[in-house]
Design a protein around this ligand. Structure first.
Ligand SMILES: Cc1cc2nc3c(=O)[nH]c(=O)nc-3n(C[C@H](O)[C@H](O)[C@H](O)COP(=O)(O)OP(=O)(O)OC[C@H]3O[C@@H](n4cnc5c(N)ncnc54)[C@H](O)[C@@H]3O)c2cc1C
Length: 404
């Protein structure tokens, strides 16, 4: 009989330690510098590539691990090291997830390794969905993909915004509308291979947090990609469009499928920031003296830490459950993927704010990492579906009602 256990298996324990060592020894010492520089930390990505952490092979290993916990365990450690550098390392995984969830196995094997390159030739990927007028509402994408049958090419036109690795990536996975009248069901995902003319970077954004991660607009101006760059292939797309035109229900839209698979992983990153802030403020509270005693001896401080730890542990359980469900083909009947991202994201914001309060003035200045963790945490209630959108998904799932 199968036993219930929350013990990590040997493989996952090893990965946890391996990523933790990298986070502690390479990422943490570099975190402040790259936050200030607001640039992609290429030397750190190279280090990660050298040990195999930034690689297609590691992604494949994590995705095939049977419990589904290898990825969240690794991501929690990375983000514990530093969320900005962590996102710079992980940005390519989002592009890969776009390929894995919509492409054929052949497309995954062709393009997946190119999302990471090799330690000698680092490559990166981006997943471009959001547009200036279509963030939460992905059904209203304006970027168009038109098929040029004579040349067997797709012509992409439009502007994507807030794209992680946007414009600097080697591989861009772009979601575009093939038939705007069909909303999300008329969309498809395309690979834009390295160096394709017509794709350029627009504005690079200056951000509140995760500043080591590059975020920019991607401009597509008559950007032509070969027919085989349509993820899933033309036949499958034609079938999907025809079913949509006849009003037959589909199993999921291109972008939504990718986000569903990646949400617990995003929750795991938020968890890493929360844990970093909790550990730091716990130690601080034991050391810092006021009125002749350690501040942790005051219930008002100790209870904060108790609440922080409780919410962190609850977040981890939600993240692990959703990751396990995703890996083992369980249907997310109550929006469990969304729950994990929602709760972990809001916990990270809450915990890092409480950590600032525990550190007092030291929490508010840049010499200490806590204010950076708070700035980094806020994105986790916004990207990959805002907290409101996660609540909408959960509410619809549990009620069966199309709540607006
Ligand atoms: C740093 C960063 C990195 C990003 N990386 C990527 C990336 O790599 N690829 C990519 O495609 N996108 C990326 N994004 C975009 C991100 O996913 C969007 O910003 C996000 O989905 C929200 O969209 P929006 O900004 O248009 O907000 P809007 O959709 O305009 O929402 C504004 C507010 O209204 C609320 N709202 C909207 N609709 C509803 C509703 N129906 N019910 C209740 N409330 C609602 C929202 O919750 C939010 O509070 C990134 C964004 C940032 C900031």
């Amino acid at each position: 009989m199968a036993e219930f256990s929350l013990d990590l298996n040997e493989d996952n324990l090893q990965i946890q330690q391996w990523v933790h060592d990298f986070a502690e020894n390479v990422m943490r010492p570099a975190a402040h510098e790259w936050d200030e520089r607001e640039e992609t930390p290429w030397p750190i990505i190279e280090e990660a590539a050298k040990i195999g952490l930034y690689s297609f092979d590691f992604q494949a290993q994590a995705f095939s691990e049977p419990t589904g916990l290898m990825f969240p365990v690794a991501l929690e450690e990375l983000s514990w090291g530093d969320a900005g550098i962590g996102m710079a390392i992980l940005g390519s995984s989002l592009g890969l997830a776009g390929i894995a969830s919509n492409g054929t196995p052949e497309q995954l094997m062709e393009w997946g390794p190119q999302c990471f390159g090799t330690p000698d030739k680092i490559m990166t990927a981006a997943f471009a969905v959001s547009e200036p007028d279509a963030g939460s509402d992905v059904s209203s994408l304006r970027t168009r993909a038109v098929y040029d049958e004579a040349k067997d090419e797709w012509v992409l036109n439009g502007t994507k915004t807030w794209i992680t690795n946007g414009g600097i990536a080697d591989i861009h996975v772009v979601v575009a509308s093939v038939d705007p009248e069909l909303g999300s069901r008329g969309q498809a995902s395309f690979i834009v291979p390295p160096g394709t003319p017509g794709l350029s970077m627009g504005q690079k954004f200056q951000k509140m947090g995760i500043r080591a991660s590059h975020t920019a607009e991607v401009v597509l101006d008559d950007c032509r990609v070969p027919g085989h760059c349509l993820l899933g292939g033309k036949e499958k797309l034609d079938e999907k469009l025809s079913r949509a035109r006849q009003g037959i229900k589909s199993s999921g839209q291109a972008a939504m499928k990718t986000f569903e698979a990646t949400r617990p992983a995003v929750g795991a990153q938020a968890l890493g920031i929360a844990r970093a802030a909790y550990e730091y403020s716990l130690e601080y509270a034991k050391e810092r003296k006021a009125f002749g005693r350690a501040i942790i001896e005051n219930q008002s401080i100790a209870f904060k830490l108790a609440d922080m730890k409780t919410r962190i542990d609850a977040s981890r359980l939600l993240v692990w459950r959703a990751s396990w469900m995703g890996r083992n083909g369980k249907e997310f009947v109550a929006g469990e993927g969304s729950m994990s991202k929602l709760y972990a994201g809001e916990t990270a914001v809450y915990v890092t704010e409480e950590a600032i309060q525990i550190l007092g003035g030291y929490g508010y200045v840049r010499e200490y990492p806590v204010e950076r963790w708070h700035r980094d945490s806020k994105i986790y209630t916004i990207f990959e579906g805002t907290s409101e959108i996660q609540r909408l998904i959960i509410a619809r799932a549990i009620s069966g009602v199309h709540i607006k």
